[in-house]
Write a protein that binds this ligand. Structure first.
Ligand SMILES: CCCCCCCCCCC/C=C\C=C\C(=O)SCCNC(=O)CCNC(=O)[C@H](O)C(C)(C)COP(=O)(O)OP(=O)(O)OC[C@H]1O[C@@H](n2cnc3c(N)ncnc32)[C@H](O)[C@@H]1OP(=O)(O)O
Ligand code: NDP
Length: 349
């Protein structure tokens, strides 16, 4: 064992202190540099890569995981299916044989996505305008879907709204805007479809896309955190209640996956991306295709015994932020030698 002197012990503390301080400076959020370099980074987001070297161990597999035809003769309804993760899930389900119905506010966006995906997969994708905040609009949308495809086998509640905002700056309408889309919208879609499916004695798989902070809560996205927690309670409750009607309810909590919708509202300057990736044990962002494969599995017959499940899909970010000692990742081998020597040399309490 290497003997340790008082002077060395002082060095270790100094070293650790400067390490911690430099981390605090790098991660400080009370004063953030939104200077031109950060803005430049954001504008050229497509060219930037902050993935860490160890992310090589966790290279994404973006091919479709389930066997071809897994969704033949199935109908899938995806809210927010025109963009981002909803679009990726629609693409995978369509490729696997499903007839898809995508719904959101912007009909043109939906129609373009529908045309692009249909032309790639050869399977029909229908675009239906619907603001999920309005229960009558949801009911009309379901009427339209019944005409087009019949009732669905798969429902994915993916539509959401979010923005970062200190809660003291949040207006009542800002709160309402997010909670209406996320919690009420999911409830209106689920109740409308659930009741019609029950009337028709048809089973179905319901999937909700929430977020890792639905569990922990999070400052600066308080309406989203509150509404997503409500969605999780809704889905877990219905998993218990509606199994008897042939309905399964599951939840995916994604960690950060680059989409224009999310990143433009949650990190508009690109300032926080690097530190965020630094705390993800797998060292990179998730990919839409990875999320889409998980959603396709959970919504498929391969998962017919799966209900009431909450799947965290975040590269390890949640546990990495939760553990009190996880910052010790930054201690070097030499520092560990000194720390161990100090600890072992302590006798008694
Ligand atoms: C340490 C930081 C780490 C950063 C990490 C970054 C990356 C993280 C990735 C992980 C993400 C995790 C979870 C993600 C969850 C998501 O849901 S992402 C999906 C986001 N997508 C969307 O939001 C798409 C849809 N959104 C919208 O359409 C709009 O943004 C909106 C506002 C939700 C709804 O639009 P609309 O109905 O047109 O509403 P408005 O009339 O414009 O506004 C309604 C009220 O809200 C107030 N408002 C709007 N924007 C803001 C803002 N930025 N700040 C404060 N208030 C806002 C607006 O003023 C209205 O209120 P008033 O009438 O009172 O003025
Ligand atoms: N990307 C990420 O890192 C993460 C995303 N998530 C979740 O993933 C899901 C998809 O997000 P993402 O793809 O990133 O972001 P997007 O912004 O691309 O997706 C949100 C979708 O919701 C639709 N939408 C919004 N408001 C309404 C409304 N009132 N009625 C109907 N549809 C509406 C939008 O379409 P339109 O504007 O046409 O209405 C849009 O297609 C969301 O539930 C989000 O909370 C969770 C954790 C991380």
């Amino acid at each position: 064992m290497v003997p340790v002197s008082v002077g060395q012990a002082g060095n270790v503390s100094g070293l650790l202190l400067s390490l911690i301080l430099s981390e605090q400076v790098q991660n400080r959020t009370d004063s953030v540099d939104f200077g031109p370099s950060q803005l430049w980074c954001h504008r050229f987001a497509g060219l930037r890569s902050y993935a860490t070297p160890h992310s090589q161990f966790f290279a994404p597999s973006e091919g479709i995981m389930l066997p071809a035809g897994s969704y033949n003769n199935k109908v899938a309804f995806i809210t927010g299916g025109g963009t981002g993760l909803g679009r990726a899930m629609t693409g995978v389900l369509s490729q696997l044989g499903a007839q898809c119905v995508i719904a959101s506010r912007k009909l043109e966006v939906l129609q373009q996505t529908a045309t692009e995906i249909s032309s790639q997969t050869g399977n029909k994708v229908h675009a239906v305008q619907c603001d999920v905040r309005d229960p009558q609009a949801v009911s009309r949308c379901v009427d339209q879907m019944v005409e087009l495809t019949g009732l669905p086998d798969v429902i994915i509640n993916n539509a959401a709204g979010n923005f970062i905002c200190p809660s003291e700056r949040l207006s009542a309408n800002g709160w309402k805007s997010i909670t209406d889309i996320v919690l009420n919208g999911t409830a209106f879609v689920t109740l409308e479809l659930g009741k019609r499916l029950i009337q028709n004695q048809k089973g179905a798989s319901f999937l909700a896309i929430t977020t890792i902070y639905a569990e922990s809560g999070s400052g600066f996205v308080v309406p989203s955190a509150s509404a997503k927690a409500g969605v999780e309670a809704l889905y877990k409750s219905l998993a218990a209640e509606w199994g008897r009607y042939g309905h399964r309810f599951n939840i995916i909590q994604p960690g950060p996956i680059r989409t224009k919708g999310a990143f433009s509202r949650l990190d508009p300057t690109g300032t926080f991306e690097k530190s965020m990736i630094g705390r993800i044990p797998t060292g990179r962002l998730g990919k839409p295709a990875e999320l889409a494969n998980l959603a396709a599995y959970l919504s498929s017959d391969y998962a017919s015994w799966m209900s009431g499940a909450v799947i965290r899909f975040d590269g390890g970010e949640y546990v990495s932020m939760a553990g009190e000692f996880n910052e010790l990742r930054k201690v070097t081998d030499d520092q560990w030698k000194m720390l161990e020597t100090m600890i072992r040399s302590t006798k008694g309490s």
